[in-house]
Structures are given as structure tokens and as C-alpha cells.
Design a protein around this ligand. Structure first.
Ligand code: TYM
Length: 354
């Protein structure tokens, strides 16, 4: 008999899950930090990509705008190269198991864990008493989104790292709390995988074009702080040209970006858009003035983002087609989620029809 020399294979099948909120325009941060990764992972993994509309209502939403944003994020997914026939694209509210498992996780997660979430503190601001309970409990819903498919890999930008750690803590605690029942139902040592965040590359945290110390975000009041996926070539060019910089030429080595947040950000964006790293961008542009670098960045941005914006527009002209994609994706996602939820109910000890 030969002894096993490799680690035992994980009992979980590799599966990618990620989500994007339908709140306002998608921007370059969403694209480089998340959506480009979604596209690449389709080659190697089964993937589920979700328009997380239940997350959107943690803050007030206008129903007409929300419906439009759900379609717009779906259009962006498709325009960027996600294939909804080979993978699953759907909107969260259509698969009620997300909310159902979130309740279970509300009972698993500890108040102390949620109290540490920096994004809640930022979003609730000073008027915390007036924030919705949903905004506070949001990370438990995010854990449910991933774990209702028992997904193993989650591509996200750097700002979601803490939420992913919480999802792992929740999965671990559920596995521990119900260990005997999990084993008794034939699931071995663990029912949920500990999902692994995929946060890689030169643009995991794209910063505002107006302030290199602030994250690029949908909620920044200045539209010049971000490049939107549906900006036209003129808008892209104007925003890049107006982007804040410092008076120095670009350094030749990455270390030279250390205390220059705006330069670091623009070099990171260039690297991500051209699918290289910061070091090779600096090999090309080290010593150059920003005017030269910005011209090249305008050309590159328009070349990469122009076709996406145009395709989004084309797709948005046919909402029935987008809705059909979401219905089909929801139907397929629901089958998988229902299977997990049935097992969770058995593990918890709920009496059901069997
Ligand atoms: P959301 O909608 O704020 O952002 C969607 C994705 O874009 C990334 N991102 C950025 N990446 C780099 N630089 C930036 N400036 C930037 N801004 C946003 C985010 O990290 C994210 O990957 N809670 C999530 C949505 C969600 C989710 C999930 C994600 C709900 N359930 C389950 C993964 C798995 C959110 O609000 O992302």
C-alpha cells in the first residue's frame, strides 16, 4: 500500500461567487478590482455572478432607478465579457434562499464581530442610530450569498476583505456549532467551505482621481473623482487629464511611488488596464512628465473602456433581453440554493416534509 503524499483533497468543488450592488454608476474601481477578475475566472471555474439588489436596499432607493441599475449592472457584466449561458448571472432578490440563510447567519454571527466592520462605521457615519438594521446586518447576508452555493472562491476588491473574513468566521462557527449534526447527516467534518478571497493584481483598491488617499466610489459627489463604465471617450479623456498629480516626473522604480498616492494610483490603473504590473509601466514611463503619461493613459482607457460603454448602451436598449438573462440565471441559481437550504434545515433540526 502506498502512503498518500499530498494533502487530502477538499471535499468542496471549486466554485466562484461574487456580487455587485446595483447602486448608481459602475466605475473603473468596480471594473478593475472585480469585474475583470470575474471575466478571467470563467476560463478555469464554474462561476456565479450576482446583482445584489437586496444589499442595495440597506440604504434608501428609488424603485424606478433601482430597476434601471439592476439592468445596468447586468448589461455591464455582459458587455465586459461574462457569458450568462456558460455561467450564472442573476439578481439576488429572485432567489429567496439568500435571505433565508442570512437569517440563520444572523443567529450565528456575534454582535462583537459586526461591531468591528469598518464599512458599517463609514456608511452609517455619525448618525448611527438612524442607520437601517439591514445596513448593520449586511455582512451576514453577504456570507449567505456565498455560502448558499457553498462557493470556495470570491473575487473582490480590497474593500471587501473584512467582510470575507467575517464570512469565513461564520462558516467556521456554523461548522463547529453543528459538528455532530453535520457528521450525522453525512457531510463529514464541515458543511460550509471557508471561502477564499481572491484579491490580486495592481488595482485592488482604485483611488479617487481627485484625491489619491480616498477610494474611488459611486457615492463621491464629484463625478471627476471616477471614470464610469458608461462614460464616453470625451468624458474619459477629460477626467484623466484633470486627475490630480504632483509636480515630479514619474519614478523608474516602484519604491519611488511610496509617498505619492496619486502617481501610484494612475500607474496602478495603467498597469491593470494593460494587464501588466506597476514595475513594467515604470520601466516604460520612468522619468516622463505626467502630461506624456496621461496622454498614453487616455488612449489606453478609451481603447479598453470605450467598447464596453457602447455595448452597455446597446444592451440597455433591449431590457426584455436583459430580464430574460436574469430570469434564466435565477432559475438555475435557485436549484442550487434550495439544495443547500434543505440540508441546512436538516442540520439545524427543523422538522420538514422530508
Ligand atoms: P460593491 O458593489 O461596492 O463593489 C463591487 C465590487 O467592486 C469592488 N470595488 C473596488 N475595487 C477596487 N477599487 C475600488 N475603488 C473599488 N470599489 C469597489 C468591490 O470590492 C467589489 O468586489 N458587498 C459587496 C457586494 C457583495 C458581494 C457578495 C461580493 C454582496 N454579496 C458576495 C462578493 C461576495 C459590495 O458592496 O460591492
Amino acid at each position: 500500500m502506498t502512503e498518500a503524499t499530498t494533502a487530502p483533497a477538499t471535499p468542496f468543488k471549486d466554485l466562484v461567487f461574487s456580487g455587485v450592488q446595483p447602486t448608481g454608476n459602475l466605475h473603473l474601481g468596480n471594473y478593475l478590482g472585480a469585474i475583470t477578475k470575474f471575466v478571467a475566472l470563467q476560463q478555469s471555474h464554474d462561476c456565479i455572478y450576482c446583482v445584489v439588489d437586496l444589499h442595495a436596499i440597506t440604504v434608501p432607493q428609488d424603485p424606478v432607478q433601482l430597476r434601471n441599475s439592476i439592468r445596468e449592472v447586468t448589461a455591464a457584466f455582459i458587455a465586459c465579457g461574462i457569458d450568462p449561458t456558460k455561467h450564472i448571472v442573476f439578481n439576488q432578490s429572485q432567489v429567496s434562499e439568500h435571505a433565508e440563510l442570512a437569517w440563520v447567519f444572523n443567529c450565528t454571527a456575534r454582535l462583537g464581530w459586526l461591531n468591528r466592520m469598518t464599512q458599517f462605521k463609514e456608511k452609517a457615519g455619525k448618525d448611527r442610530e438612524n442607520a437601517s438594521v439591514g445596513l448593520y446586518a449586511y455582512p451576514a447576508l453577504m456570507a449567505a450569498d456565498i455560502l448558499v452555493y457553498r462557493a470556495t472562491h470570491v473575487p473582490v476588491g480590497d474593500d471587501q476583505k473584512q467582510h470575507l473574513e467575517l464570512a469565513r468566521d461564520i462558516a467556521q462557527k456554523f461548522n463547529n456549532d453543528f459538528a455532530a449534526s453535520i457528521a450525522g447527516h453525512g457531510f463529514g467534518d464541515a458543511f460550509f467551505p471557508l471561502p477564499e478571497p481572491l484579491i490580486q493584481g495592481p488595482a485592488t483598491r482604485v483611488m479617487s482621481l481627485r484625491d489619491g488617499t480616498k477610494k474611488m466610489s459611486k457615492s463621491d459627489p464629484s463625478d471627476y473623482s471616477r471614470i464610469n463604465l458608461n462614460d464616453d471617450a470625451d468624458a474619459i479623456a477629460q477626467k484623466v487629464r484633470k486627475a490630480k498629480t504632483d509636480p515630479e516626473a514619474l519614478p523608474s522604480e516602484e519604491a519611488g511611488l511610496a509617498s505619492r498616492p496619486e502617481a501610484d494610483n494612475l500607474v496602478g490603473i495603467f498597469a491593470a488596464l494593460s494587464d501588466t504590473d506597476k514595475a513594467s509601466v515604470l520601466r516604460q514611463f520612468g522619468g516622463a512628465q505626467f502630461s506624456t503619461f496621461k496622454s498614453a493613459l487616455v488612449d489606453l482607457s478609451v481603447e479598453k473602456l470605450g467598447p464596453i460603454g457602447a455595448d452597455m448602451k446597446r444592451l440597455m436598449a433591449d431590457p426584455a433581453h436583459i430580464d430574460a438573462i436574469l430570469v434564466d440565471g435565477s432559475d438555475r441559481a435557485r436549484v442550487l440554493a434550495a439544495q443547500t437550504m434543505r440540508s441546512v434545515k436538516d442540520i439545524l433540526g427543523f422538522v420538514s416534509r422530508g
